[in-house]
Write a protein that binds this ligand. Structure first.
Ligand code: ASP
Length: 453
């Protein structure tokens, strides 16, 4: 049995939905179909989820919502028309959305989640209606009734362990099951969504719950590339990679799959296959537990901007019991999360996402570290990019770090920091944002472009 998930661009028009239908019926094992809300049809188009957020914001501010609601409905009507579905489907979607928008606004975050979730919920109903019209036994599944229980954290729900047992029963239902992605219900029966792009998570949870043989994730690229195609022209495709490699790559900018989505599939040892709705014959990329290292030390290079580093130095730091805890405690007091902490004998850097800080917060943090920890020097460095060089093969290959740093030096990229060791499958380089592109190109050249003599 296969669980198949289709992303927003695969469902954005009737033409796309026809491809989805063909993919589903071409393999009888594709039993559970998870859908996103309609995504972009062209570059400057808007995702239905973004339109819904605007509807909810307007409603919360008591502004008129008519135009915004129409914009959402128009998107479903566009699909329905191309598929010659009846107007009743669209009327039902409008009624559902209006009901959500007129509901209790006492808790704005929860109100927002209810409205956002309608994108997937209504898309699932529309998909089931279309499949039935084609003569297929297809059923919409309500996540409430199926028991997809999640924590009550708006916009960041986490699946509850009980959900798996409930959802396991989907295995025994008849027909093709169309399941809306992106949200579940709390034990009190309220809607909560996962973080953005969370339909990937729903697919993975279902694959785990029904013990699927594979979780197929259909998107709009042929494969996961070894490096961002906007930085390197026509980079090599990755045929197979491990969960750990994918996790490291998606952490630093590989957005093909939501980084939380790997966990449920990984726990059940279910392979994830990334495929292209627009080119289903392409083999895609398979994410597995273990793979044969035939590709050399590095499988992919990812990079992401928007980091800063708080550098702290204090003579004899290494001997001071509790220094690290106190330093991180300051950040915790301000509710900040950190990413990495490369350290030396008398110094430590705390790397974090820059968007968590502002000038006044930064000042307060520096002040507390200086006074409470009696640090000799504290400085914040902005606009850093992190580059992750990833590959299981690195463990068995000598000299990978030397090759990487030489390649950077050759291209005059100054390395601000290096973090290697804790993770056996990656090396991290911190560079100035302005050097990011050049650094990634240099590393790609080193590890992926064969030397011609
Ligand atoms: N529609 C939601 C979003 O745009 C979830 C998803 O597409 O996976 O974030």
């Amino acid at each position: 049995m296969k669980v198949v998930k289709f992303g927003g661009s695969s469902l954005a028009s009737g033409k796309q939905m026809e491809k989805v239908y063909q993919i589903v019926i071409s393999d009888l094992e594709r039993k559970i179909v998870v859908v996103s809300a309609p995504g972009k049809r062209f570059t400057n188009d808007e995702k239905v989820t973004d339109l819904l957020i605007k509807c909810a914001e307007a409603a919360l501010q008591n502004h008129t919502i008519k135009e915004k609601v129409d914009a959402v409905i128009e998107r479903y009507a566009f699909i329905a028309e191309e598929l010659s579905l009846t107007d009743t489907v669209i009327e039902e979607i409008r009624d559902d959305l209006m009901e959500r928008l007129q509901a209790d606004k006492e808790k704005p975050d929860r109100f927002m989640d209810r409205v956002k979730a309608s994108g997937e919920d209504n898309q699932a109903k529309l998909t089931a209606a279309y499949f039935r019209k084609q003569g297929l036994e297809a059923h919409y599944v309500d996540p409430l009734e199926a028991g997809l229980l999640v924590s009550d954290e708006p916009g960041n729900a986490q699946v509850l362990p009980e959900a798996y047992e409930n959802l396991h029963l989907l295995r025994y239902r008849s027909g093709i099951l169309i399941f809306p992605g992106f949200f579940g219900y709390s034990k009190e029966g309220e809607v909560f969504t996962f973080s953005r792009s969370g339909s990937d998570i729903t697919g993975s949870i279902l694959a785990n719950a029904v013990k699927a043989d594979i979780y197929e994730n259909f998107t709009d690229v042929d494969a996961v590339y070894s490096v961002n195609p906007n930085i390197v022209n026509k980079p090599r495709e990755i045929k197979e990679l491990t969960y750990r490699e994918m996790r490291e790559l998606s952490y630093a900018g590989f957005t093909v799959l939501h980084d939380e989505a790997l966990v449920p599939a990984f726990r059940a040892g279910i392979p994830v296959q990334i495929k292209n709705t627009n080119n289903p014959a392409a083999p895609g990329t398979r994410i597995v537990n273990e793979r044969h290292n035939t590709n050399g030390p590095v499988i992919g290079i990812a990079s992401d901007k928007g980091f800063c580093s708080i550098y702290v130095s204090k003579y004899l730091m290494n001997r001071e019991v509790g220094f690290g805890r106190k330093l991180l405690g300051v950040l915790e007091d301000f509710g900040l999360s950190y990413e990495h902490t490369p350290s030396g004998i008398d110094d430590i850097s705390v790397i974090m996402r820059e968007n968590q800080l502002n000038a006044s917060l930064e000042e307060k943090i520096i002040h507390r570290i200086k006074t409470e920890l009696q640090a000799d020097e504290v400085k914040v460095e902005h606009s850093l990019a992190l580059i992750m060089v990833v590959g299981e093969g690195m463990r068995h290959n000598v000299g990978t770090m030397a090759r990487a740093s030489k390649a950077l030096a050759r291209n005059s990229v100054n390395i601000e920091m290096i973090n290697q060791g804790s993770s056996e499958v990656s090396m991290m380089f911190g560079v100035k944002e302005v050097d990011e592109k050049r650094a990634v190109q240099a590393l790609y050249e080193e590890f992926f472009v064969p030397v011609t003599v």
